[in-house]
Design a protein around this ligand. Structure first.
Ligand code: NAD
Length: 354
């Protein structure tokens, strides 16, 4: 492993022109896309992932193959393994960290809450502990989540809105990370940027997410469970296409660590500490999502409509992205129909090869 790392980016031989990025959770959905985008534009990228079995490990291994084919090596290990992290940072002078490793999914948190504490809170602290004493310190961009808005019903969600009502343990861990980021920024001067992603979808996506599960079941002629709010109110999400999210991540990396910004100066920060919504500003109902999938798959869905249980899901999400637009130049361009078409094309091809 060390040979591979040395050949990628020996410590001390980095030019100022390209970034050397550690992507945690690189074999995950977002991690794969971000790693490829950075590598393709000429950055040096090393991945880290523990390949946990939360969903089909074969999918993670296929993403790993895709990455390896393009020269991105994914180290297999846990973000809590401080010895491994220290070895990685000793070997390679990372200028940036894109921290995407996490236990995702709101519902699974009811079954296995401790896995969220382990990966999302302890894992984040492990990373920050290693980074705090490096010289120079890498700029860190990490995945927060729209779930931090919790039971807040004031739409659209803006970064300054209340985040003190998490509806799941998952959301609580993402909220905790934002507080932890604040303390590491304050004490150690770490540059930290949190990105609140809104329901990301697309090729190589996560099988536990509704659009993926619906596609699979519609094709197999199996029932899909569609949740509704009280009185038949449709659940809505600000579905955000993966390529748009990747652009947000890259823009966040490119501006990370550069300037404290007006707001930072006002707060008296010594290093940048930022949080942005990365959404689509165009929420759609789950009913509409199913309708588009039926058209694309040329098959009727068998709906099992149920009242939404108290399982950590919220009724509606909608991002206000004006801060990200202003500071990062972030502007999503993919509508749900176009994005789902690309997902379905990928899915059909992938299950045929499987
Ligand atoms: P994912 O599960 O596909 O990717 C996460 C990856 O992290 C997985 O490959 C997993 O094996 C790895 N991982 C988990 N725990 C680890 C640990 N302790 N050590 C090392 N690796 C570990 O999820 P994703 O959809 O790609 O999400 C990426 C990030 O974005 C996560 O932080 C997630 O919480 C956040 N997020 C995602 C969405 C979305 O809609 N996909 C929305 C909001 C936030």
């Amino acid at each position: 492993k060390n040979d591979v790392l040395n050949s990628v980016t020996p410590r001390g031989s980095i030019s100022d022109h390209h970034k050397v990025v550690l992507v945690t959770g690189a074999a995950g959905f977002v991690g794969t896309h971000v790693s490829l985008a950075l590598k393709r534009r000429g950055d040096s990228v090393v991945g880290l992932d523990n390949f946990n079995r939360y969903y089909d490990p074969k999918l993670k291994r296929s993403r790993q193959d895709l990455l390896l084919n393009e020269g991105v090596y994914v180290v297999e290990g846990d973000i809590n393994d401080m010895e491994l992290l220290n070895r990685l940072f000793d070997t390679v002078r990372f200028t940036h960290v894109m921290h995407l490793a996490a236990q995702a999914g709101v519902r699974y948190a009811m079954k296995n809450p401790s896995s969220y504490i382990h990966s999302n809170i302890a894992g984040f602290v492990s990373l920050l502990e290693v980074c705090k004493s490096l010289n120079p310190k890498p700029a860190i961009v990490w995945a927060s989540s729209s779930s931090v808005y919790g039971l807040n019903t004031k739409l659209p969600f803006s970064e300054e809105d209340r985040t003190d009502q998490p509806a799941s343990v998952y959301a609580a861990t993402k909220k905790a990370d934002e507080e932890i980021a604040h303390s590491y920024n304050h004490i150690y001067g770490l540059s930290l940027t949190g990105l609140r992603f809104f329901t990301v979808y697309g090729p190589w996506g996560r099988p536990d997410m509704a659009y993926f599960e619906f596609t699979k079941n519609i094709l197999k002629g199996k029932k899909i469970t569609v949740f509704q709010g009280p009185g038949g109110v449709s659940v809505g999400r600000d579905f955000t296409y993966i390529d748009d999210v990747v652009k947000g991540c890259v823009a966040a990396l490119d501006t990370a660590g550069k300037s404290i910004g007006r707001e930072g100066k006002r707060k008296g920060l010594k290093a940048p500490l930022r949080v942005f919504n990365i959404g689509n500003t165009s929420p759609e109902s789950v009913e509409k999502l199913v309708g588009i999938l039926e058209r694309l798959l040329k098959k009727k869905a068998m709906r099992d409509v149920q009242e939404m249980p108290k399982n950590g899901d919220v009724m509606f999400t909608h991002a206000n992205i004006s801060l990200a637009a202003r500071e990062l130049g972030y502007m999503p361009t993919t509508d749900l129909e176009t994005g789902l078409k690309k997902f379905v094309e990928w899915y059909v091809d992938w299950i045929q090869k499987d």
